[in-house]
Design a protein around this ligand. Structure first.
Ligand code: ZN
Length: 259
């Protein structure tokens, strides 16, 4: 993952002292990343975060670093820890004012990179949808239509976001190319920590975005079902533009963009 490489110092720290000095800033950075992921709606209120081990792997850091960062989010009132069956870290608050500095720090250093990554993701989704238009079977089309209906009837927020993930995974399956699917899933993970969940923004304009997505999903599934590869490609690219629009909206709220 490119950003993991970018975070690795040219000369690796060695010895206990270097490690101890490096620790706090790493926890700060991971705290900021997690706070930002929640603020921009990658994990909506009510959603459970991945387990420590998976977050550590996704971000290329140790489990102790992730544990320390999660504890800070609990302290700030963004997460709560539930025990027992179905236990884990659950989101309780999306973007209180206290999160804004973290969002600003996280997005400021990654603006150009995020733009390129979002563009690459949109283009790859286009390629996957093109492949699905070429390779879909009758069973795939039935599955895609069912996933579309699930999205249509899902409640706003978390349920709609989860239905959206299932729909896009069904499209990836209809493309019948596991390598293409894996490349896309890995690239999506690199802008966030929660692939294949897409960003969902904040409650203020969430419903508007969901309805626009519904219209785009309908066009996309029709194009794939009809075998119209060019249309599937262009609709998918436009649809995935939402990710960067939501990041831009978050940048404006954090005071990073003025227009
Ligand atoms: Zn979608």
């Amino acid at each position: 993952m490119a950003d993991r490489l970018a975070m690795t110092p040219a000369v690796p720290p060695s010895g206990l002292l270097a490690q101890q000095l490096a620790m706090p800033s790493r926890v700060d950075e991971i705290t900021d990343r997690l706070v930002t992921a929640i603020a921009i709606g990658e994990y909506l209120p009510g959603a459970r975060l991945p387990v420590e081990r998976d977050i550590a792997a996704a971000l290329g850091v140790g489990r102790m670093t992730v544990r320390a960062a999660l504890a800070r989010l609990v302290e700030r009132g963004l997460l709560e820890t539930r025990r027992g069956r179905g236990g884990g870290s659950y989101v309780v608050d999306q973007w209180p004012e206290s999160s804004t500095d973290s969002v600003r720090r996280t997005l400021a250093v990654r603006l150009g990179e995020l733009r390129d990554r979002c563009d690459a993701i949109a283009r790859l989704h286009g390629a996957v949808c093109r492949a699905a238009a070429d390779a879909r079977t009758a069973a795939d089309v039935a599955g895609l239509r069912a996933a579309l209906e699930e999205y249509r009837s899902a409640e706003s927020g978390l349920a709609a976001q989860q239905a959206d993930s299932r729909l896009h995974l069904a499209i990836m399956d209809a493309a019948h190319n596991d390598v293409l699917k894996q490349v896309l899933v890995d690239l999506e993970a690199s802008i966030s920590i929660g692939a294949p969940a897409h960003l969902w923004g904040e409650p203020t304009n969430m419903r508007e975005m969901e309805l626009r997505s519904l219209h785009e999903h309908e066009e996309l599934i029709d194009a794939i079902a009809d075998g119209r590869a060019d249309d599937a490609d262009s609709v998918a690219r436009a649809h995935l533009g939402i990710d960067f629009e939501l990041i831009s909206t978050a940048m404006r709220r954090a005071g990073l963009l003025t227009e």
